[in-house]
Every structure is written in structure tokens, then in C-alpha cells.
Design a protein around this ligand. Structure first.
Ligand SMILES: Cc1cc2nc3c(=O)[nH]c(=O)nc-3n(C[C@H](O)[C@H](O)[C@H](O)COP(=O)(O)OP(=O)(O)OC[C@H]3O[C@@H](n4cnc5c(N)ncnc54)[C@H](O)[C@@H]3O)c2cc1C
Length: 441
């Protein structure tokens, strides 16, 4: 038995974890699959202590690549960092990348991940053409949007609950160079930030912003807006970007290190380090896409109690005041957020339960402080429910079932598909017990 957790290190569950190059073999008796464990909460944890989880990471083969179409076929455990290392110097990149490259393609499908270019490319699932899956009844099938649209769409963003993903076919995109041309600038407050993000999304494929979320007066919601696009060959250095070395956090930080004063200091320093004016220039792709990957095990900064990453999307066009209400709750809470990231989301994709919808996505890292953190998540969820928004399941560990049910009218459709393909509910997770009401047994 091994103690498993997601990236937030809360909660933790003892489980039987099986790992092999043959996913077909280990998924036979498993009640859930998991990849590199970069989901933050309990979506990759078993429904009950001692249950068997199939770890895909030893099944990491690249099966095929067609240079004329960009179509890749890989085993579910194939990691994104291998894809970047192999393909980027050769002029190809994944159309959608999350903010870390330490994820598997199976995990990218199950969470239907989105990136800084959601307003242009949608989620990863929009670029997936086929999945090989082991279903709850033991069968192994090839699933496409044409052959079994209900199963295919429910698997995109279905948090592993529709079956085990064994192989994924998806399309890569050509890039003009392996470098990024980026621009960044300070923004004085939240309202301006949202407006500037929207404007930027017309001209830039990649946009994102960081917000100072501990400021309670004056320029609340001040931040830094970052935009990027692939550099053209004449702008880019003639050499390929070297692989950056990372450093590790050697131990769990003590609790006091995350006091409100240190959060204020960090946010103040981050804002002022940028300085006034627009910064422009060529950026290393790892600096642009994966800044947090430089610090291995950075989750230890939150200490042994772990943390929660709370991410929600709120429809600001219908309810312009919602972002301000959200920030009011966040900045006044007993526990604050160290790092808050705001992105612009484009139209809803084809995944039945995929997270993004038109609006603004706000993600914040909140130290785990028991009831105080639960109270904050409840209060943020109340704002999200009132605005017609929803949370991102791959980040979640504290949302209550009744809140989630109020957020997502698509849940009933998802339940129907699960009942059809897994009537005995053999495949489940700690999260599906908590949020969907599955039985743990
Ligand atoms: C620093 C950081 C930045 C991030 N940035 C983003 C971002 O910008 N956008 C975004 O969308 N996400 C982001 N994420 C979240 C991350 O992309 C997702 O949680 C992703 O699913 C993790 O992949 P994984 O291989 O680690 O999967 P795990 O965490 O191991 O599992 C995640 C889910 O996928 C299921 N799953 C995994 N493999 C399989 C399989 N073979 N078959 C069936 N189900 C499976 C699991 O059951 C679980 O429900 C970020 C995470 C971190 C740590």
C-alpha cells in the first residue's frame, strides 16, 4: 500500500497502486487510473482506502507520428515533457498545454485541459481524434466522436470516470520557431485587467494575468498582463532553446512561512519587480508556458498540511460585478491566496463536463487550514453559483455536492452516460464519492 495524494497534498489516501508497461493488464482490476498526479485535489485518488489504482506512467510509448498531418498516437502515460523535448525543436507543439509539462496525455484528456490560448484553440479534447479505452465491463474499444459520441465526449473532462484511457490520438500544430515573442505590463485594477485581457485576446493567441490578491484597499486587483505568440524565424535566436535545469524545494516549509505578511510581501514584490511600462522580447518557451516547473516539488512550500487550488470560471459578460464580489471574498478571508491567476475563456467545448465556458477563469492557491479553508471555498462557491459559473474539478478537493449540482446543469447528461457504460459504477474516485454522490464501496 502507498499513500497517494494530488499535487495539493490534501487529502491523502492509502491505496494499492499498480504500475506496468502494460495498461491493458493493470486496468483489468483497477477502479481508477491516474497519471503523474498533477491534479490538485482528490480526482486521482481511489474511492476508498485500499482500492486499486492503475498508474499509467510506465506506459509512456509514442506509438506513431504522421508528419503530413501532425497526428500523434501515444500511450496514456506518455508525458508532455517528452512531447515538448522531442517535437518542439522539430517545429511541432501541442495545440493546448496546461501550465506544467509534468502531466500525461491520459490526464490531459481526463481533465480536458486548457491553456493560455483557450480563446483560440479551446481545450485539448478539441484536438483529440480517437481514444483506446478499457471500459468498466472489461472490454477494450477504440472510441471516436463518430463511433460513440456520448462516451467520447463524456471522457473529455470526465475525470477518469467513464473508463481507463489506454491510448490517445491527437493532432500537433506546426510552429514557426521554438521561441515565444512576449509582452507584459502592469494593470492598475481588476476592472481594467478584465478589459485588457479581452482586448488582448483579439490579437494574441496566448494571454494570461497574475493578480495581487492580498490587497484589500486602494488598487484592489492590480496585476500583470502577459501576452505571447510564437516568434517568427527572423525574430527568433537561430539555436533551439536548451532544456532548463530545475531546482528542488528540499523540505516542507513551516506553517509560519505562509503567514499573511509573507503573502503580502510576495505579492508586493512580484508586482513591483515588473515595474512600469511594457516589457517586450523573445522568451524561452519553458519560461513562458511552465514557469512553476523550475522549482521541483514547489508544493512543499505550503507545508505538510498542503493546499487547495481553487479555480472557477464566471460569466462576467452576464454579471459584470461577479469578479469584484469574488475578490472581495478572497481578500477578506482568514486564509489568503499566494498566487492568483486570471484567464479569459472562449466558447464551451465538446467535453460533457469540461470546465471552460465564456467568461473569466480565476485560480488561486489557498493554504489548507482546515475549517477556515472550507469556509472560504464555500463562500467562493456561493459567489460562483449566484453568477452561473462553475469550478474546475481537477483542482478541487473541498466543494460540496449540493454546490456542484447547482453549478453544472450538464451533470445529469454525464450521469446518464456513466449509467449506460458503467451501470454498476465500478469506476469511481474519492472525488466522485464527494461531489457526485457515488458509493465508496
Ligand atoms: C503547476 C500546474 C499547472 C497547471 N496548469 C493547468 C492549466 O493551465 N490548465 C489546466 O487545464 N490544468 C492545469 N493543471 C492541472 C493538470 O493539467 C491536470 O490536473 C492534469 O489532468 C494532470 O495530469 P496527470 O497526468 O498528472 O493526471 P492525474 O493528476 O494523475 O489525474 C487527473 C485525472 O485524470 C484521470 N486520469 C489520469 N490518467 C488517466 C487514464 N489513463 N485514464 C483515465 N483517467 C485518467 C484521473 O483519474 C484524474 O481524474 C495544472 C497543474 C499543475 C500542477
Amino acid at each position: 500500500m502507498i499513500e497517494l495524494s494530488g499535487w495539493g497534498r490534501h487529502p491523502r489516501v492509502w491505496a494499492e497502486e499498480v504500475k506496468s508497461e502494460s495498461l491493458e493488464r493493470i486496468t483489468e482490476a483497477a477502479s481508477l487510473s491516474r497519471g503523474l498526479g498533477r491534479s490538485y485535489g482528490d480526482s486521482s485518488l481511489p474511492a476508498r482506502e485500499g482500492a486499486t489504482v492503475a498508474n499509467s506512467t510506465a506506459a509512456d510509448r509514442l506509438i506513431s507520428f504522421d508528419e503530413s498531418t501532425g497526428l500523434v498516437r501515444a500511450e496514456a502515460g506518455f508525458p508532455l515533457f517528452e512531447l515538448v523535448r522531442h517535437f518542439l525543436p522539430r517545429g511541432w507543439f501541442t495545440p493546448v498545454t496546461p501550465g506544467t509539462q509534468f502531466v500525461t496525455v491520459g490526464g490531459m484528456v481526463a481533465s480536458d485541459v486548457h491553456g493560455k490560448n483557450h480563446h483560440v484553440e479551446g481545450c485539448f479534447g478539441e484536438h483529440v481524434t480517437a481514444l483506446k479505452m478499457r471500459l468498466a465491463d472489461g472490454r477494450i474499444v477504440e472510441v471516436t466522436d463518430e463511433s460513440e459520441p456520448d462516451l467520447f465526449r463524456a471522457t473529455l473532462g470526465g475525470m477518469g470516470l467513464t473508463g481507463h484511457i489506454l491510448e490517445v490520438s491527437f493532432r500537433l500544430q506546426r510552429v514557426p520557431s521554438p521561441w515565444i515573442y512576449g509582452e507584459s505590463e502592469q494593470v492598475p485594477n481588476f476592472e481594467t485587467l478584465i478589459e485588457r485581457l479581452r482586448e488582448a485576446s483579439h490579437d494574441w493567441p496566448y494571454t494570461v494575468s497574475w493578480v495581487d490578491s492580498v490587497r484589500t484597499h486602494g488598487d484592489v486587483g492590480r496585476g500583470i498582463l502577459m501576452k505571447g505568440r510564437w516568434a517568427e524565424p527572423h525574430e527568433a535566436p537561430s539555436h533551439a532553446p536548451e532544456i532548463r535545469r530545475s531546482v528542488a524545494v528540499p523540505f516542507d516549509f513551516p506553517r509560519w512561512a505562509l503567514a499573511p505578511w509573507s503573502m503580502r510581501l510576495f505579492n508586493y514584490a512580484y508586482f513591483h519587480k515588473h515595474g512600469a511600462g511594457v516589457h517586450r522580447g523573445i522568451e524561452h518557451p519553458q519560461d513562458f508556458f511552465y514557469p512553476l516547473d523550475f522549482v521541483r516539488q514547489w508544493n512543499r512550500v505550503y507545508g505538510p498540511d498542503g493546499f487547495v487550488q481553487y479555480q472557477a470560471v464566471v460569466p462576467v459578460a452576464q454579471d459584470p460585478g461577479v469578479a469584484r464580489r469574488f475578490f472581495d471574498v478572497l481578500t477578506r478571508a482568514e486564509v489568503g491566496s499566494f498566487l492568483t491567476v486570471v484567464k479569459d475563456c472562449g466558447p464551451e467545448g465538446r467535453g460533457t463536463l469540461s470546465f471552460p465556458r465564456p467568461g473569466i477563469s480565476i485560480a488561486c492557491d489557498i493554504p489548507m487550514r482546515g475549517d477556515a479553508t472550507q469556509r472560504l471555498v464555500d463562500a467562493l462557491n456561493a459567489v460562483v453559483v449566484s453568477a452561473g459559473g462553475r469550478i474546475y474539478l481537477t483542482k478541487d478537493s473541498l466543494t460540496r455536492r449540493e454546490d456542484y449540482e447547482r453549478m453544472d446543469p450538464r451533470l445529469e447528461r454525464f450521469r446518464e452516460v456513466r449509467r449506460k457504460w458503467d451501470p454498476e459504477m465500478r469506476i469511481k474516485s474519492a472525488q466522485s464519492v464527494r461531489v457526485f454522490g457515488d458509493s465508496a464501496e
